[in-house]
Design a protein around this ligand. Structure first.
Ligand code: XMP
Length: 508
């Protein structure tokens, strides 16, 4: 078992970032809500308390039960955590009379292992409206800034440390070093969470969990389901039954190409061409939500039909990743940011399968690294995200096979162009949109009255916010010419220059 670190969440916007920083140190960690402590804490080698939007002085203050942690397990209390310890263990917290938000410098740093290799005047990020006026009982001051005297302290005789600044935020220039000092040098945690170690441990765990039973898994061609499938395949081989559904809304040649790739990887995969079922369900639908719902419904029907053909399948494999898990258990409750449309391939209750989710503790970039260590083609791992409802939400209005074919051609020219010009990996997601309008043009001596397509390319880290990418004009000119010359039925190309928010990445 890898050494495990517990991050107790008090609802800070930065909690996930703490986990990211800890994982960057090759240390495994889990985030749990402050009020949902496991009964047995023996697996945890260290605990980090997160910040919080609440004040420890208010009626809404969140009260963790630290009786099995403080003084027993090495603990680092960040921001709210530091103030909580001060307020409830003999110190004093009061509203701050100077601004304690933004960059500050540690102009006093004590000679303590927590600050090993952290230089004098190191920049830190502050974000609080309360401040610690008096340290708690038995505390020793470890660091100060010009405005914040009690920026860091420790409790004598315990491995309990507290800092009012945020080491996880990028602007805290030595934040990762500080976390390393706490976790490795103080708590003695090993940096053993590497992709290879993850693969080894996960494969063994899957074998034990699944035994001789059968697993069905829907592949999408995307990174998460592919890595999940390869891990399961390594664990149980032919007892993994993968299903790859063609909904008729994939990119040009995607169904065949991805299917070939999966076969080449030795996966037990069945390609199911259900184009007609999807097209029939979509016929005449114009409303985006109705289209999404229809696609979701038919997907489940097709998947259920196929799963029934596999005798005695008892498990459903899913490519769920950690941000989904965190959001669903967060202090604030299942977050409003999870959109129903993202759960297109979700599990229908009537299937009564047990769930197996090999990636549920990994962040997206970790999934990619695990995929690389499993030898998955880097091109597949670097693919842009593509929505479950596919081109249906990029064809505004009703869907016909002819419109799909036309958009596939346009999209292929754009995506291949991005690759040829070395731009594909600089863009987070790109695609083309078919607009429901015709415009007048002229080709040769002929008047044309044809379709308009929009191109969209965005930069993002997680799809929650996004900026449009400033693709070079020369590139856009070349692609626009190519599309209008090669794709019959299109006489105008526009480029989408909207950011998210207020726009979204997909048009529907
Ligand atoms: P929006 O359009 O909400 O998209 O800004 C954010 C990200 O999510 C993708 N997306 C989906 N992915 N099923 C998916 O698997 C869906 O129904 C879906 N809708 C949007 C979108 O492509 C972008 O990456």
């Amino acid at each position: 078992m890898q050494h495990n670190v517990l991050i107790l969440d008090f609802g800070s916007q930065y909690t996930q970032l703490i986990a990211r920083r800890v994982r960057e140190l090759n240390i495994f960690c889990e985030i749990l809500p402050y009020n949902n402590l496991p009964v047995d804490l023996t697996d945890f080698k260290a605990v980090i308390l997160s910040g919080s939007p609440y004040s420890v002085r208010s009626n809404e203050a969140l009260h963790p039960d630290l009786s099995e942690i403080k003084g027993k397990i090495p603990m680092l209390a960040v921001c709210y955590g530091a103030q909580y310890l001060a307020h409830f263990f003999g110190g004093e917290v009061a509203p701050s009379d100077t601004r304690e938000y933004g960059r500050a410098n540690l102009d006093f740093i004590a000679d303590d292992i927590l600050f090993k290799d952290v230089p004098q005047n190191s920049q830190v990020w502050m974000s609080h409206s309360d401040t610690i006026k008096t340290l708690p009982k038995n505390a020793v001051l470890l660091a100060s800034t010009k405005d914040v005297k009690n920026a860091a302290y420790k409790i004598e005789g315990e491995k309990t440390y507290a800092i009012q600044f945020h080491p996880e935020v990028y602007h805290s220039t030595d934040g990762t070093q500080l976390l390393k000092n706490f976790l490795v040098n103080i708590a003695g945690v090993q940096q053993d969470f590497t992709p290879n170690a993850f693969v080894e441990e996960t494969v063994e765990g899957l074998r034990q969990k699944i035994g001789k039973e059968k697993v069905v898994l829907a592949l999408s061609g995307g990174v998460d389901s592919t890595v999940a499938a390869v891990l399961l395949n390594k664990a149980i081989g032919k007892n993994l039954y993968c299903i790859f559904v063609n909904n008729g809304l994939l990119r040009k040649n995607e169904f065949q190409n991805v299917l070939n790739q999966y076969n080449g990887m030795g996966l037990n995969v069945k390609g199911v061409d259900a184009t007609e079922r999807f097209m029939n369900a979509l016929a005449g639908l114009e409303d985006p939500e109705k289209k999404r719902k229809a696609i979701g419904r038919v997907f489940i029907e097709v998947f259920d039909d196929e799963a029934k053909l596999i005798d005695d399948a008892t498990f459903l494999g899913q490519g769920t990743i950690y941000p989904d898990v965190i959001e669903s258990i967060s202090v604030k409750g299942p977050s409003a940011t999870i959109k129903s449309h993202h759960n297109v391939g979700g599990l229908p209750d009537f299937m009564k399968l047990k769930i197996v989710e090999p990636l549920r503790m990994l962040f997206k970039d970790e999934v990619r690294r695990v995929g690389a260590s499993l030898g998955i083609d880097p091109e597949l791992l670097g693919r842009h995200p593509f929505p479950g409802p596919g081109l249906a939400i990029r064809i505004l209005g009703d869907i016909t096979q002819e419109k799909v074919r036309l958009l596939q051609e346009v999209d292929a020219i754009f995506i291949e162009g991005l690759k040829e010009h070395g731009l594909y990996n600089k863009v987070w997601q790109a695609g083309a949109i078919l607009l429901p309008v015709n415009s007048v043009g002229v080709m040769g001596d002929e008047r044309t009255y044809e379709k308009v397509v929009a191109l969209r390319a965005v930069a993002s880290t997680d799809g929650m916010t996004a900026d449009w990418v400033h693709l070079p004009y020369e590139f856009l000119m070349e692609i626009s010419n190519k599309i209008i010359n090669k794709v019959k039925g299109v006489n105008r190309v526009v480029y989408d220059i909207s950011s998210k928010p207020p726009a979204t990445i997909e048009w529907e």
